[in-house]
Design a protein around this ligand. Structure first.
Ligand SMILES: Nc1ncnc2c1ncn2[C@@H]1O[C@H](COP(=O)(O)OP(=O)(O)O)[C@@H](O)[C@H]1O
Ligand SMILES: [Mg+2]
Length: 247
């Protein structure tokens, strides 16, 4: 008797194999392999200059891979344009936030959904969901993005990314420059987004907080992955803590 699905391995949502990325003549990423399963929070840790943002940009097609493969939902994406990659279901909250300072909060959110080519009125229910997540943005909906505080701009960058309805959200140091109270809030929101079915690849300097919410983590050092494990394993490994997590 043939049992359906027996022995068939489920494909990871995101799978990177032996990724090498250069800036000019300088090799930045040295054969990186990692994966994110459906519904997971995975964090990517490492000190400044380790190559975390370069990994994110490679996934997003903003920097071309020199060699290796990036697969998303079983499809090769390392040869696609950045717009095609967003359309495939990957959105980003970039390190620099990059909101549009002259556009209103609401217009910034609308732009996040551009790949769906929906009419503005049809986007309204989704925008209301973002406002439920961030009531502060609703209060400021008509204000120019550039007049928001750092924390509010981070909320807007997250809201805009969610407007694309991603299967995978890449977040590059979302807690950077925020007060401790806001950092807590952002981490709560990350978990809330994840519970609603979005997988998250989270780059963080704040290793402790990231590992406390992530199922698994990878540690990057000068372009090479040097450690990998569950959140618990990485948090409780003396060796990893002293060598890579700055303790
Ligand atoms: N546009 C660029 N051109 C040349 N080198 C770069 C560029 N961006 C980053 N780098 C270099 O690549 C390395 C990795 O940077 P990055 O991925 O930003 O690290 P991280 O995000 O972990 O701090 C660093 O040595 C950095 O100086
Ligand atoms: Mg970075």
């Amino acid at each position: 008797m043939v049992i359906k699905n027996n022995g068939i391995k489920k494909l990871p949502l995101l799978e990177i194999n032996n990724l090498i990325t250069y800036y000019g003549l300088i090799q930045i990423l040295k054969e990186i392999s990692l994966r994110v399963e459906e519904g997971e929070i995975v964090c990517l840790l490492g000190s400044n200059g380790a190559g975390k943002s370069t990994t994110m940009k490679s996934i997003l097609g903003l920097v071309r891979a020199h060699s290796g493969e990036i697969n998303f939902r079983g499809q090769r994406i390392d040869n696609l344009s950045a717009a095609q990659i967003v359309a495939a279901g990957i959105a980003t909250v970039p390190e620099s936030r990059r909101i549009f300072p002259r556009l209103s909060v609401e217009e910034n959110l609308q732009i996040g959904a551009y790949i769906h080519k929906a009419s503005l009125p049809s986007l309204q229910p989704q925008i209301e969901q973002i406002y439920n997540l961030f009531p502060r943005l609703k209060e400021r909906r008509r204000q120019a993005g550039g007049t928001l505080s750092g924390g509010e701009q981070q909320m807007l960058a997250i809201g805009r990314a969610l407007m694309a309805k991603p299967k995978l959200l890449l977040m590059d140091e979302p807690s950077m420059g925020l007060s401790p109270a806001l950092v807590d809030k952002i981490f709560e929101i990350i978990q809330q987004i994840n519970r609603s079915g979005t997988a998250i690849l989270l780059v963080e300097q704040n290793a402790h907080m990231a590992l406390s919410i992530a199922r698994r983590g990878y540690v990057l050092q000068t372009g090479s992955l040097v450690a990998h494990g569950t959140g618990d394993e990485l948090l409780h490994s003396e060796e990893i803590r002293s060598a890579y997590l700055g303790e």
